[in-house]
Write a protein that binds this ligand. Structure first.
Ligand SMILES: O=c1ccn([C@@H]2O[C@H](COP(=O)(O)O)[C@@H](O)[C@H]2O)c(=O)[nH]1
Ligand SMILES: [Mg+2]
Length: 202
């Protein structure tokens, strides 16, 4: 994006399991609500959708899984991943960089859409309400980079405008990526080197 001839790197950052601990919070709430049911440790998670792996383990469990993340307050109460908010706030302050949060609400949007706004306001500040993009199709959003834990981000636009950086999560850690880079965490400073590298390319 240019503003008076100066190019800015537009960075889209996903929310669930990139900034917020969807998986950890899910497991805690699931164990509380269904103490007698089997569960999957985070180290053993393998599918993007939690319900898929639980259903493989025992028929009918995906329905129980769904009751957890469709409950009022689930999205609002997601804890931030370590270092995530600090990194995003620092990224936004970098010269020539502009950050947006790009997140998909649930199809059952009743609580998730509103609560994603509440999460962003609470953890990043009121101004960031202007920077939250909610869409079920991230390929429709323009930008230079999308940092997102979902390995296959697909939609109506192919190829999308952005380069996808896969944020490492329990459900994708075992997947060998041939044509995509990873960002493993927000704590070791590697995100900064990644952004600096992309700044040189635009
Ligand atoms: O097991 C799951 C895990 C995630 N979801 C929902 O999918 C989208 C993913 O959003 P991103 O913006 O790509 O992080 C979101 O609505 C999650 O809540 C799910 O339904 N089941
Ligand atoms: Mg995500």
């Amino acid at each position: 994006m240019t503003h008076f001839g100066i190019k800015k790197l537009l960075v889209l950052v996903d929310l669930d399991q990139t900034l917020a601990d969807f998986e950890g919070h899910f497991l805690e709430k699931y164990k509380e609500k269904y103490p007698g049911e089997p569960y999957i440790e985070l180290k053993d998670r393998e599918t993007f959708y939690i319900g898929d792996q639980y259903e493989q383990m025992e028929e009918g469990l995906s329905k129980k899984v769904k009751t957890i993340y469709t409950t009022e307050g689930f999205f609002r109460d997601l804890p931030p991943l370590e270092g995530a908010c600090k990194a995003v706030l620092e990224m936004e302050e970098m010269d020539g960089v502009e950050v947006f949060i790009c997140s998909s609400p649930l199809f059952q949007y009743k609580y998730s859409s509103k609560e994603k706004y509440e999460w962003v306001e609470h953890h990043l500040g009121k101004n960031w309400i202007n920077k939250l993009i909610l869409t079920r199709d991230k390929t429709m959003v323009t930008g230079n980079i999308l940092i997102d834990d979902k390995v296959k981000v697909t939609g109506a636009v192919h190829p999308p405008a952005w380069t996808h950086i896969v944020f490492t999560a329990c459900h994708n850690k075992h997947i060998r990526l041939r044509d995509k880079k990873r960002l493993d965490n927000w704590t070791d400073g590697s995100w900064r080197a990644l952004i600096e590298d992309f700044k040189k390319r635009i």
